[in-house]
Design a binder for this molecule. Structure first.
Ligand SMILES: [Zn+2]
Length: 571
C-alpha cells in the first residue's frame, strides 16, 4: 500500500491522484458494462464521487480537472436517465469551475464547448422558474392586499418605496442605511436573526431568514480615502426586510473582523456587512429548514497556507456581485494533513445530537427520546476519553438544551478541536432494523444514507439532493481522508467491542452523507449512529448503563487506535 500525504514530494501526490483517477475509471468501466448497475442512481454517484475526490484531495494536481470533467460528463449521462435537475446543475457547476480554476488546463476548452451545448437550456429553465416565483409571490401579495382594510395606505407605501428604489444611490452601505419599518405590511420575508461565533483565527456568522431567498455577495477593498479602513464583505438578501428584533450592529473586534452590521439597504433588500481586518479565506453557503446563510471567515495561517490576500482582493473587487443562492464561491487552499499529524490530537469535541425542543427520534418504548440517550452517551464518552487518552474533551451541550447544527460546528472550530464526534441514535419505520453505522461528510451514495441525513438535518430528502450541489465546494477543507480513517478505526472497534459482550450486533459499515452538523468542520469529524432506538431490543439496551458503557468503551478504543496511528508518541 502506498501512503501519500500533503507535504510529501509531488511525485507521490501525482501517483496518488493518478491512482485515484484509474480507480474511478475502473468503477465507470464496470458501470458501463452492466445495464443493471446503470439503473441505479447510487452506482452513478459512486463513480462520480471517485472522480470528484481527486479534485477535493489534490486540487493542485493536473489530474484534478480531468476528474472534474469526467464527473461532469457522468452527471450529464445520469441526467438523461434520471431527469433530475440537480444532476444537470452539478455538471454545469463542475464545468464552470474547471473554466474558473484551471484556465490553462486542456479541460478548460473542452468544458467551454460542453457548457455551450447545455447552458442555453439551463438559462431558459432559470428564467421560467424566476417568472413563476414572481407570479406566485405577486398573487400572494395581491390576495393579502385585498383582505386589508387599509388598502390605500398600502398603495401609498408601495409608491413611496418605488420612488425610493429609483433614486437609491450605489453609494457605500452606511449612506444608504435606512431605518427598518416596524410593521410588516405585506408579509415579506424577514431576516430574523444574526449570530456570531469567533476566535482569533475563525469567525462564523449565521443570518436567519423566514423564507428561502436569493442572495449575492461581494468583497470590497479597503478605502482609507472615504473613511473605510477595513475590507468589507457584504451579502445582499433579495426580497427581504430586516426583522425589528435583529441587532443592526454586532461588535466582534477580534483579529479577523471588526464588526458585522445589518440594514435595510433597499426597500426589499437587506444588506449584511462584515468589516474584515484580515483574512485567509472565506466561504458562504446556505442551509434550509429554516433558511439560513452561513459565512465562515478564516484567518491567515489558520490552515497552514501562505496569505494570498492581495490577489484575492484584486480579483474579487474586479468582479460583479456573485449570485450565490445555488453556487458557492471560495478562494480556499487545500487542507494540510501534515499539520494535523505534527500537532497530534489534544482536544476532542463530543456532540450529543438534538436537545431542548428537538427530541430527536422517538424510542420504541414510549417516553424514550434520542436526545436523552445521546447526552448520557456523550457524557460517558467524554469521561473515558479524558481518563484513558488524557485528551481535553468538551461537549457541545452537557444539559438538555437547544443547539443549532451550525452552532455545533462553530463550537468545534472556535475551540480548535482536533476531532469532532457527533453521537446519534438511528431510527426507521421498519422496527426490525437494528445495528451500528458511522458516517463521514460526503455525497450520499445510497438512499438509506439520504434518509438518515434528511432526518438528522431535519429537512427533506429533496433538500439533501440540493445540498449535494454545493457540497463539493465545501468538501475541499473537510479532512476527508483523515475522517475516513477515524470512521474506519472507530467503527471497527465499536463492532468488535459490542460483539464481545452482546449477540445480534449488526454492522452497517462506514457510510457517507451530507450532514449539516459536519459542514465546515476543519478537523476529522464523524457522526455515529449508535443502534436503532426504534428497535425494541436496541431501545431496551440503550436504556441500560452497561450497554452504553460498552458502546463508549469501544468508541474510545477506536479513537485510541486512530491517535496511535496519527502520532504514536503521544500515548
Ligand atoms: Zn439524531
Amino acid at each position: 500500500m502506498i501512503i501519500c500525504m500533503a507535504g510529501l514530494p509531488d511525485t507521490c501526490q501525482a501517483d496518488s491522484a493518478k491512482q485515484k483517477y484509474m480507480a474511478a475509471d475502473d468503477c465507470f468501466k464496470k458501470l458501463r458494462n452492466s445495464s443493471t448497475e446503470q439503473q441505479k442512481v447510487s452506482s452513478w454517484l459512486n463513480c462520480i464521487r471517485r472522480y470528484e475526490t481527486i479534485y477535493q484531495v489534490h486540487p493542485e494536481n493536473s489530474w484534478a480537472p480531468a476528474g472534474m470533467y469526467k464527473a461532469a460528463e457522468l452527471y450529464l449521462q445520469l441526467f438523461k436517465r434520471s431527469n433530475t435537475r440537480t444532476h444537470k446543475s452539478r455538471a454545469i457547476d463542475l464545468l464552470a469551475r474547471i473554466r474558473n480554476k484551471y484556465p490553462k488546463s486542456a479541460y478548460s476548452g473542452r468544458a467551454k464547448i460542453l457548457l455551450k451545448s447545455i447552458a442555453p437550456a439551463q438559462r431558459q429553465i432559470k428564467h421560467i422558474r424566476s417568472k413563476k416565483e414572481e407570479t406566485r409571490n405577486d398573487a400572494r401579495i395581491d390576495r393579502f392586499n385585498r383582505n386589508q382594510a387599509s388598502l390605500d395606505l398600502e398603495k401609498l407605501i408601495q409608491t413611496a418605496e418605488e420612488k425610493e428604489k429609483k433614486k437609491a444611490p450605489k453609494a457605500p452601505y452606511t449612506q444608504a442605511l435606512a431605518k427598518p419599518e416596524k410593521q410588516n405590511p405585506r408579509g415579506d420575508t424577514r431576516v430574523t436573526d444574526l449570530r456570531v461565533w469567533s476566535n482569533p483565527e475563525y469567525t462564523r456568522i449565521v443570518i436567519n431568514a423566514s423564507n428561502e431567498r436569493n442572495y449575492s455577495h461581494r468583497l470590497l477593498k479597503r478605502d482609507p480615502t472615504i473613511n473605510k479602513p477595513f475590507q468589507r464583505l457584504y451579502i445582499d438578501i433579495e426580497k427581504t426586510r430586516l426583522g425589528k428584533d435583529v441587532a443592526e450592529h454586532i461588535p466582534i473586534n477580534d483579529n479577523l473582523l471588526n464588526q458585522a452590521r445589518a440594514g435595510q439597504y433597499l426597500p426589499h433588500t437587506v444588506r449584511v456587512v462584515v468589516d474584515i481586518k484580515s483574512f485567509e479565506n472565506y466561504k458562504i453557503f446556505s442551509l434550509k429548514d429554516p433558511f439560513r446563510i452561513i459565512i465562515d471567515v478564516w484567518g491567515k495561517g489558520s490552515n497552514g497556507s501562505p496569505p494570498p490576500e492581495q490577489s484575492i482582493t484584486q480579483k474579487d473587487t474586479d468582479k460583479r456581485p456573485v449570485i450565490t443562492s445555488r453556487i458557492t464561491t471560495d478562494n480556499l487552499k487545500s487542507s494540510d494533513i501534515a499539520r494535523q499529524l505534527a500537532l497530534g490530537v489534544r482536544k476532542i469535541i463530543t456532540d450529543p445530537g438534538h436537545g431542548g425542543p428537538d427530541p430527536g427520534a422517538p424510542g420504541y418504548i414510549k417516553g424514550v427520546w434520542e436526545k436523552d440517550i445521546v447526552l448520557k452517551l456523550a457524557l460517558n464518552l467524554a469521561q473515558k476519553l479524558r481518563t484513558r487518552l488524557h485528551c481535553t474533551v468538551e461537549l457541545t451541550r452537557s444539559t438538555d438544551k437547544k443547539l443549532t447544527l451550525e452552532e455545533r460546528t462553530a463550537i468545534a472550530n472556535t475551540q480548535r478541536a482536533d476531532l469532532f464526534i457527533s453521537l446519534h441514535c438511528n431510527a426507521a419505520k421498519n422496527k426490525r432494523l437494528k445495528g451500528f453505522e458511522t458516517y463521514i461528510l460526503n455525497l450520499a451514495t445510497d438512499d438509506q444514507s439520504i434518509t438518515v441525513a434528511a432526518r438528522e438535518n431535519a429537512t427533506s430528502k429533496k433538500n439533501i439532493s440540493d445540498l449535494e450541489y454545493i457540497l463539493s465546494d465545501l468538501m475541499k477543507h473537510a479532512k476527508i481522508e483523515e475522517s475516513t480513517r477515524l470512521a474506519n478505526d472507530v467503527h471497527k472497534s465499536m463492532i468488535q467491542g459490542m460483539k464481545t459482550k452482546y449477540s445480534d450486533i449488526v454492522d452497517h459499515g462506514v457510510k457517507q452523507a451530507p450532514f449539516y452538523v459536519l459542514l465546515g468542520a476543519r478537523m476529522p469529524s464523524i457522526l455515529i449512529e449508535t443502534s436503532f432506538i426504534s428497535n425494541k431490543q436496541e431501545c431496551q439496551r440503550l436504556l441500560t448503563q452497561s450497554y452504553r458503557n460498552t458502546v463508549c468503551h469501544a468508541i474510545t478504543d477506536g479513537i485510541e487506535k486512530y491517535i496511535n496511528a496519527t502520532n504514536p508518541k503521544q500515548l
